[in-house]
Write a protein that binds this ligand. Structure first.
Ligand code: CP
Ligand code: NVA
Length: 309
């Protein structure tokens, strides 16, 4: 059974196949064709954290594929009241065709998947946000920025950083990460990515200097300085991350045709200036829309794999 928990379980060919499928389904949608690839199938969507894009894209996506999405927040299901993950997984997967989960600990998602009869998709954990990277890479492809990209990630070493590390390490491109001291990406994940990079030819570099990372980059990206669950650290982080804002001065050192990506939600004049977010290089809203298309590709791909078994 194939799940989509992190990118590290996927080959370069598979990742590109999923994105290419998403692009094909996007083309169909834009030309008014709606093929019911997942007719009468249900997608359970478990949310233990807030969401705008993930919820709307998965719910709309499964509907457009001919299926139905169930939005299950912690307040709605017994998981939030202590029903074990393994019980929840067996019950939900006995009725639904696919499950998407947004939660805190990555191990909770893994436990769910271990007990699930149907494919499980990671809709964000504290460790990874792989569906976002499908949309990000799709956006890079559409903007002709996927050939030998030099990606600079500026900010917190978080779930987005870890997913960028996996994508770069598997696809084999250059990724430069600039974080404040003490806010680096997880050391085990870096080691894993470095091992993959040896085979793929990816170049992964780490610095505490945003200018070093952005110089000559073709893609510049960042993320919030305080992720969901870190709200209590926000004030302290605002001080520590000073100097890590992607602003016009920093963007000016990237290649002139560089694009700016952000998974959103963005905090203006914190991790990114209003001028960069709304500026000529920003493709963040095309990127957000691509969540819908990339995830439709993913759901159809996982469904096909399941039927092949
Ligand atoms: N980028 C992203 O996952 O957004 P949401 O938190 O709104 O789902
Ligand atoms: N790193 C952020 C991403 C939000 C989509 C978080 O986990 O809150």
């Amino acid at each position: 059974m194939r799940h989509f928990l992190t990118l590290k379980d996927f080959t370069k060919e598979e990742i590109l196949e999923i994105i290419t499928l998403g692009i094909a389904i996007k083309k169909e949608l834009k030309s008014g064709i709606s093929t019911p690839y997942m007719q009468r199938q249900t997608l359970a969507m478990i949310f233990e954290k807030s969401s705008t894009r993930t919820r709307v894209s998965f719910e709309t996506g499964i509907f457009q594929l001919g299926g139905h999405g169930l939005f299950l927040s912690n307040r709605d299901i017994h998981l939030g009241r202590g029903e074990p993950v393994k019980d929840t997984a067996r019950v939900i997967s006995s009725m639904c065709d696919m499950v998407m989960i947004r939660t805190f600990e990555h191990s909770k998602l893994e436990e769910f998947a271990a007990y699930s009869q149907v494919p499980v998709i990671n809709g964000l954990t504290d460790s990874y946000h792989p569906v976002q990277l499908l949309a990000d890479y799709m956006t890079m492809m559409e903007h002709h920025h996927a050939d030998n990209p030099v990606v600079a990630y500026i900010g917190d070493g978080n779930n987005m950083t870890h997913s960028w590390l996996m994508l770069a390490a598997i696809l084999g491109f250059e990724l430069r990460i600039a974080t404040p001291k003490g806010y680096e990406a997880n050391a085990d994940i870096i080691a894993y990515a470095n091992a993959l990079a040896q085979k793929s030819g990816a170049l992964l570099t780490f610095t505490h200097d945003p200018k070093l990372a952005v110089k000559g980059a073709t893609v510049v990206t960042t993320d919030t300085w305080a992720s969901m669950g870190q709200e209590g650290e926000k004030e302290e982080r605002l001080k520590i991350f000073e100097g890590f804002m992607v602003n016009d001065t920093l963007m000016a050192t990237a290649r002139d045709d560089a694009i700016f990506l952000h998974c959103l939600p963005a905090y203006r004049n914190q991790e990114v200036s209003e001028s960069v977010l709304e500026g000529r290089q920003s493709v963040v809203f095309a990127e957000a829309e691509n969540r819908l298309h990339a995830q439709k590709g993913l759901m159809v791909w996982l469904d096909k794999q399941r039927k092949l078994q």
